[in-house]
Design a protein around this ligand. Structure first.
Ligand code: 1HN
Length: 348
């Protein structure tokens, strides 16, 4: 039989089986099981000074309370309308103006905050408040009550990172608001309690973890910066990452949150990193310094508060013109638990 005849018989067969919700694997196999990652996400860059006016203008159009969370979503250009920055991660910039509150709620999704601008607003998580400063890394683990408030006299902006697409993948979303009329949760412990109890290289003698996330919920920048600074002085640099540390759950040694891995790295002045890629797409927030990152064919020239995303498996390299500090987060925590994570250096 002619090729055209065979193709026609196959097409007819596909039409016949379609009403029974059946489809031929051989027509789609190569797109399903690719020899290497083919992310739909693309590299993207947000210059903070360019988008800051939009963030502040959102503050004139809706209150934090009415919005519940007043956030401009950082959408990957390949995923417009889908509220995601990579296939597995959500990111946004949240604004809270002086005197405002973002009311208490909880949800299955895990959230991280990375403080970008302003000082002195707070997040309360499960009965404890923490004041936040630029460079602080704060977590709200899955199903923990959390609310925010700004008692300072300046706008406060932070990067939110959530595992929304991961929870979506599993159809495992739950959410609750607190008692109607209560914006803030009752506080049960003084500020700094969790950090003293769990974050000083010590743990309460009879305490055992009851949840997979870190019991520390604010990792202050002052401590992170000091660690990087000391390690930077020893001059022992990774050829790709400079000095790169991961935030940990002190009770388990795992990442601070079970679904999202978070990192802070120091690139000393003049650093020229080697090519690197890994299967976790990463969202970066520049804390200090100026430099550039080549991602695939693109180059992002960055400075403080700029944001960019490097999708899965894109080769990239960092360079720093001044001492630079980069925060980043990714889904590596999940991929490693599933045995999927891979990395390659140089031309691998
Ligand atoms: C959320 O709860 C926060 O608590 C921020 O600040 C962003 C995006 C989607 C769903 C919940 C917050 C969020 C969010």
């Amino acid at each position: 039989m002619s090729d055209a005849g065979l193709l026609e018989r196959r097409r007819k067969f596909y039409d016949e089986i379609a009403p029974d919700n059946l489809a031929p694997l051989w027509e789609v196999l190569r797109g399903l099981v690719t020899p290497e990652p083919r992310p739909q996400a693309v590299p993207a860059f947000w210059r903070y000074e360019a988008i800051r006016p939009h963030v502040l203008r959102s503050g004139e159009l809706i209150t934090a309370k009415e919005a519940e969370r007043r956030v401009l979503i950082l959408e990957n250009p390949a995923y417009r309308g889908q509220s995601k920055i990579t296939n597995s991660l959500y990111a946004g910039l949240q604004l809270i103006m002086p005197g405002e509150v973002a009311p208490v709620h909880r949800h299955a999704q895990t959230a991280l905050r990375f403080i970008v601008e302003g000082e002195g607003a707070y997040t309360a998580v499960e009965g404890e408040k923490t004041l936040m400063r630029p460079g602080d890394f704060v977590i709200t683990p899955s199903w923990t009550w959390h609310d925010h408030g700004n008692e300072s006299d300046r706008p406060m902006v932070w990067l939110d990172g959530l595992d929304i697409p991961i929870v979506q993948l599993f159809d495992a979303s739950f959410a609750e608001t607190h008692l109607p009329g209560a914006d803030a949760q009752p506080l049960a412990r003084p500020e700094g309690d969790a950090l003293a109890r769990y974050g000083a290289g010590l743990l309460p003698v009879d305490w055992h973890p009851q949840a997979p996330a870190s019991p520390v919920f604010n990792y202050p920048y002052a401590r992170t910066r000091e660690a990087l600074e000391r390690l930077g002085r020893s001059g022992d640099l990774d050829a790709c990452h400079g000095i790169k540390l991961r935030y940990v759950n002190p009770a388990s040694g795992d990442y601070a949150m079970p679904t999202m891995a978070t990192f802070m790295q120091l690139l000393p002045r003049g650093f020229r990193g080697q090519r690197y890629r890994s299967t976790d797409g990463s969202v970066y927030s520049v804390v200090e310094g100026r430099g550039r990152t080549q991602v695939g064919e693109q180059v992002f020239d960055w400075g403080p508060r700029d944001l960019f995303v490097v999708p899965s498996w894109y080769p990239h390299r960092h360079e720093a013109a001044e001492d630079a500090v980069l925060f980043s987060f990714s889904d590596r925590a999940v991929q490693q638990k599933l045995g999927l994570w891979r990395e390659a250096r140089g031309n691998g």
